[in-house]
Ligand binder design. Structure first.
Ligand SMILES: CC(C)(COP(=O)(O)OP(=O)(O)OC[C@H]1O[C@@H](n2cnc3c(N)ncnc32)[C@H](O)[C@@H]1OP(=O)(O)O)[C@@H](O)C(=O)NCCC(=O)NCCS
Length: 152
């Protein structure tokens, strides 16, 4: 299984949105029938591609100068088991390369440990979404990662 994470090509965006719909509207029922919002127009969309098929996605956008927000992380249920970590790592790296000083995400509490394993820290408990508890989390120092990324 060859897994690649990269910026979505135009023709891959529909597949990424379909996965989000499947996961956030179907599986988790956080939204009724569409999870897309105004941030999708300006966001950078990353996809995880396995043997030519889009299996996961995450988006990131600049909320304020230097402050980037990641979200809508989703991996197709049949393909879980590798893409999640890679999508988050790439999102942090992408934000750093685009000048992020801080990278944040509002994360479901059930996934808090997943992000802790990647070095993220919990900042504060936030309002839930559709009754599902969430926390605001912050990525490890994105500027250090940027220097690492440029050196490699
Ligand atoms: C969360 C999600 C993206 C993880 O995707 P994935 O491809 O299974 O992730 P990975 O396999 O890269 O996970 C890496 C490790 O974290 C573990 N892990 C996965 N989900 C976890 C969770 N919720 N809590 C703790 N650990 C978790 C995996 O078991 C794996 O551990 P291992 O390396 O010891 O085997 C996926 O489960 C998903 O799409 N969930 C539904 C949508 C969702 O909840 N999105 C996040 C919104 S905040």
């Amino acid at each position: 299984m060859a897994l690649e994470v990269r910026t979505a090509r135009h023709e891959e965006l529909e597949a990424a949105f379909a996965i989000r719909r499947e996961v956030f509207c179907g599986e988790q029922q956080l939204f009724a029938d569409c999870d897309q919002d105004e941030h999708d127009h300006s966001a950078v969309h990353l996809v995880a591609v396995c043997d030519g098929v889009v299996v996961g996605t995450v988006r990131l956008y600049e909320r304020d100068a230097g402050v980037w927000v990641g979200g809508r992380l989703a991996v197709r249920s049949d393909n879980r088991g590798a893409a999640g970590f890679e999508l988050v790592r790439h999102a942090v790296r992408e934000a750093a390369l685009r000048g992020a000083q801080v990278f944040l995400a509002v994360v479901q509490v059930r996934n808090e440990r997943f992000f802790h394993r990647l070095g993220w820290v919990t900042v504060v408990t936030t309002e839930g979404v559709a009754g599902v508890p969430h926390v605001l989390m912050k990525a490890p120092d994105v500027r250090l990662r940027e220097r690492g990324a440029r050196a490699s």
